[in-house]
Design a protein around this ligand. Structure first.
Ligand SMILES: [Zn+2]
Length: 381
């Protein structure tokens, strides 16, 4: 839109100048959003809503952001601690790697000796811990120990439990703000969306969003890909401006932004693949009436089975892809390790003894490789 039209911040109504214009992310950056909207929120309202609404959403979505290894424009999804089925704690990082949550130090005094077990997150940490031990036991040869210390990757030998919970009004306001941001990009005044504005601005107002799983409203979904999708449409016959926001193909929300619309019919959709940051061409068939949308507000369109299905459709293929990549990486590393330690030189014919050693080394490296993640999900009130 032309630059000389006066723009006011949707939330505080202040005039937006070049200095106070925020380039608000249409979909929050924290979950992989790319597109930005100008003339929508002022800088203070952008950061205020980011710190409350968007961060509540980001927090709820973080297990999925980590699991899908989303591609963020700014920074990585924060690492998060998870428990395995037996209660062991692991930290999952944005690149899919896992760490121990903190260094483990165990000291056991027997009659004749002291046994010390150390698990460190890297060599620097291991050295520091060993030096600490050396101060206590001066007879210990730290350098010798360090030479024997090997870096070992952490593989999870058992399933990791993700507890995904979502809901709450703050996250709800983030969805509604995102739908309004899309409206503003097609020149429809978000200010006319009375339900949305009231919900965003008044603490005690009726929420105008709800989870919807009665049918899949999205057309052209790429198989196995978690999508972020935002859609708005206006319909003068029913007087509705409807909104739809879907994150990771799993979280699906419908909203009624206005029930008093009299302008021209319109429809707009914006969708991305958050693992690559690429735009997708999807269609959304959102023609629900007000009664149905309101039912969603009361969790009447929530369906645990459909949620599981939506998750399975993206999580299964992603796990498979990650398994394949991980298998390739681990195998390469194991082969390199085995060849450089089996005692044969490059180009030489491998003798049987070396062959056996080679196989042993390969097994040693490959055995701990198990990657298994289970995502369980809990509805949060
Ligand atoms: Zn403002």
């Amino acid at each position: 839109m032309s630059g000389n039209v006066e723009k006011r911040c949707l939330l505080c109504e202040e005039l937006i100048s070049a200095e106070t214009d925020s380039r608000e992310h249409l979909i929050p950056n924290s979950i992989g959003g790319r597109k930005k909207v100008s003339g929508f929120l002022c800088v203070p309202c952008n950061s205020k809503s980011g710190d409350s609404w968007d961060s509540a959403l980001a927090h709820q979505m973080n297990p999925l952001s980590l699991f899908f290894r989303i591609n963020r424009e700014r920074g990585d999804a924060p690492s998060q601690k998870f428990k395995t089925t037996s209660g062991r704690e692991l930290v999952l990082n944005a690149d899919g790697s896992m760490d121990l949550p903190k260094p483990v130090f165990k000291e056991q005094q027997n009659d004749t000796r002291v046994e010390i077990k150390i698990s460190a997150r890297d060599m620097t940490e291991a050295k520091k811990m060993l030096r600490g031990v050396a101060r206590k036991y001066p007879r210990l040869n730290v350098d010798e120990l360090l030479e024997e210390t090997k870096m070992q990757s952490t593989y999870s030998q058992e399933p990791i439990h993700f507890n995904l919970s979502f809901g709450g009004l703050d996250a709800g306001r983030s969805f509604v703000k995102t739908a309004l941001a899309l409206l503003s990009t097609i020149g429809v005044s978000a200010r006319d969306c009375e339900h949305a504005i009231q919900f965003l601005k008044e603490e005690e107002s009726e929420p105008c969003f709800g989870y919807y799983y009665e049918k899949d409203l999205v057309g052209g979904r790429p198989a196995g890909t978690p999508v972020h999708c935002v859609h708005v449409n206006g319909d003068p016959d029913s007087k509705l401006i409807r909104g739809y926001v879907e994150y990771f193909g799993v979280m699906r929300v419908v909203m009624c932004l206005s029930s008093n619309y009299s302008g021209n019919a319109f429809s707009a959709t914006y969708a991305i693949d958050p693992t690559k940051g690429e735009e997708l061409n999807l269609s959304v068939g959102l023609d629900l009436d007000l009664v149905d949308i309101r039912k969603a507000y009361n969790y009447e369109k929530w369906d645990g089975k459909a949620v599981q299905q939506a998750m399975g459709a993206v999580i299964g293929p992603t796990l498979e892809k990650q398994h394949k990549e991980e298998r390739g990486r681990v195998l390469d590393e194991a082969v390199r390790y085995a060849f450089s330690n089996c005692g044969s030189k490059e180009g030489e014919v491998i003798a049987e003894e070396q062959h056996n050693r080679l196989m042993g080394l390969l097994r040693e490296k490959l055995e701990p490789w198990v990657l298994n993640q289970i995502i369980s999900m809990r509805k949060h009130d």
